[in-house]
Design a protein around this ligand. Structure first.
Ligand SMILES: Cc1ncc(COP(=O)(O)O)c(C=O)c1O
Length: 391
C-alpha cells in the first residue's frame, strides 16, 4: 500500500506489481473444455465453413442478444462491413468519433464516407441532435456505438433514422450481454455487431457477430460472408471471406460458458475502483446504470487536469511505473486521426479524448489489485505537484 508520493515507483519506490496489470489481458476460460472442443473438431476434420461449433456459437449468441438471427464472423470489423454492404448503404454514414478506429474504417474501407458526430459530454454516447444536424442528401445510415458497453441513445436514434429514411446500425463491440431499457442489446436498429476479439470479456481469439431480426439482411450477410456463394458453385453476390472458423468458435463457446463468472468478477473490480476513487478531486469513474444488465468490462476514468492537478497522460505514466498499464481509450477521436483529419472540430469528443483513461480489469486483475491501483491514483492526486515532477 502506498501512502505518500515517495512510495511511488516514479519516485524510486518499488513498483506496486511485480507482473503487469494491463487493460485487455484476455480472460481464459476452462482449458479442458476448450481442448475437448478442439479435439472433436479435429476428429470431425471439419475446421471451417459453418461447422457445428460455429453454428452452436451463433445460436448461443442470438439467444443472449435476443435476436432471431446471428451471423458469426471472423471479427467485428468484417461484421460491420457485411451489415453495411448487405443493406446497400451508399454515400455518407454518420459515426461517432469517440470510438476505436475500426468503426470508421469499416465505413471508409467500403468506399463510403464516415461523417463524424460529437458525443454527450458526460457519457460519450453519440449525440442525436448533432447527428441530426449532419444529415444531408448523401446520408444513408447512422452507425452508433455502445461505447464502453453503455447503450447509445437507442430510441432517439431510431426515431431520427425513421424520420429521414436512414439505415441504423450499432457497433456493439463492447456491449455483448448488456441491456438497453431492459432489452438485450442486439435487436436494435437494422442490426448490431459484437466483437469477440481477445481483449473482449467473451472472446473467440478473433471473432465477431452480426445480430438482427431482419431475415433478408441475415441471409445476404451470410452469403456475403462466404464469397457470395448461395449454393454449391453458385455465386450470387460479391462477397468476402469473413467466416468464423471452428477453433475460434471452440474458444468462443468456452468463453461463453464462463461469461457469468467474468461479469461478476468485472463487477467486483468496478466497485473496488469506484469505492477506492470516491471523492478524489478531478477523478470520475464513469458509472453504469444499475437498472440495466452490464458486462462491466471497461472501467473508465476521466481525469480533469484542472481539479486533479495532473493530466491523464502523466497519470498513465505514473501507473506504468507501478506496472499498471492503462489505456488512453479512445484518444484521439477518429476525426483527428491522420486518414480522417480535415479540420473538423468536435469539442465534447476532444475534451473526453484528452481525459479518458481505461484502467485494468478482467480475470487477471483481482478486486484487491483494483483497490491497490485506486490507492496509487489517490496518492498521485493528493500530492499532484510532487507526482507530476517525478513523472
Ligand atoms: C468500438 C469497436 N468497434 C469495432 C472493433 C473491432 O473489433 P474486431 O477487432 O473484432 O474487428 C473494436 C475492437 O476493439 C471496437 O472497440
Amino acid at each position: 500500500m502506498k501512502h505518500v508520493p515517495e512510495d511511488l515507483a516514479t519516485f524510486g519506490g518499488t513498483p506496486a506489481f511485480a507482473t503487469p496489470r494491463s487493460v485487455g489481458r484476455p480472460n481464459i476460460g476452462d482449458r479442458a473444455a476448450l481442448f475437448a472442443r478442439l479435439d472433436a473438431a479435429l476428429d470431425r476434420a471439419w475446421l471451417s465453413n459453418g461447422g457445428p461449433l460455429a453454428e452452436e456459437f451463433e445460436q448461443r449468441v442470438a439467444a443472449i442478444a435476443g435476436t432471431e438471427f446471428c451471423v458469426a464472423t471472423c471479427n467485428a470489423t468484417a461484421g460491420l462491413q457485411l451489415a453495411l454492404r448487405a443493406t446497400g448503404v451508399l454515400g455518407e454514414v454518420i459515426v461517432p468519433s469517440l470510438t476505436f478506429a475500426a468503426t470508421a474504417h469499416a465505413v471508409a474501407w467500403l468506399g463510403l464516407t464516415p461523417v463524424f458526430c460529437d458525443v454527450d459530454p458526460l457519457t460519450g454516447a453519440l449525440d442525436p441532435e448533432h447527428a441530426r444536424s449532419l444529415i444531408g442528401p448523401r446520408t444513408s445510415a447512422i452507425l452508433a456505438v455502445h461505447v464502453w458497453g453503455r447503450a447509445a441513445p437507442v430510441p432517439e436514434l431510431e426515431e431520427l433514422a425513421a424520420e429521414h429514411g436512414l439505415r441504423l446500425f450499432f457497433d456493439a463491440a463492447h456491449a455483448f450481454g448488456c441491456t438497453s431499457a431492459g432489452r438485450p442489446i442486439g435487436g436494435n436498429g437494422d442490426g448490431e455487431v459484437f466483437s469477440f476479439h481477445s481483449t473482449k470479456f467473451v472472446n473467440s481469439f478473433e471473432g465477431g457477430a452480426l445480430v438482427t431480426d431482419d431475415p433478408e439482411l441475415a441471409a445476404r450477410a451470410r452469403r456475403m460472408r462466404n464469397f457470395g456463394i448461395a449454393r454449391a458453385e453458385q455465386v450470387e453476390l460479391i462477397g468476402l471471406n469473413a467466416k468464423l472458423n471452428e477453433a475460434a468458435a471452440a474458444m468462443g463457446l468456452t468463453s461463453l460458458d464462463s461469461m457469468e463468472r467474468f461479469i461478476a468478477h468485472n463487477r467486483e473490480n468496478y466497485y473496488a475502483y469506484r469505492d477506492g476513487l470516491a471523492g478524489l478531486p478531478g477523478i470520475s469513474v464513469l458509472g453504469f446504470d444499475e437498472r440495466e444488465r452490464n458486462n462491466y468490462q471497461y472501467v473508465i476514468l476521466t481525469v480533469d487536469e484542472r481539479r486533479a492537478g495532473l493530466d491523464r497522460d502523466t497519470l498513465l505514466a505514473i501507473l506504468a511505473a507501478e506496472n499498471v498499464h492503462g489505456r488512453a481509450y479512445f484518444s484521439p477521436g477518429c476525426h483527428q486521426m491522420r486518414p480522417y483529419a480535415d479540420g473538423t472540430r468536435l469539442p465534447h469528443t476532444e475534451r473526453l479524448a484528452a481525459q479518458v483513461l481505461a484502467v485494468p480489469t478482467g480475470i487477471a486483475v483481482s478486486a484487491a489489485d483494483a483497490a491497490a491501483i485506486a490507492g496509487i491514483i489517490r496518492v498521485a492526486i493528493t500530492q499532484p505537484a510532487a507526482a507530476a515532477r517525478a513523472a
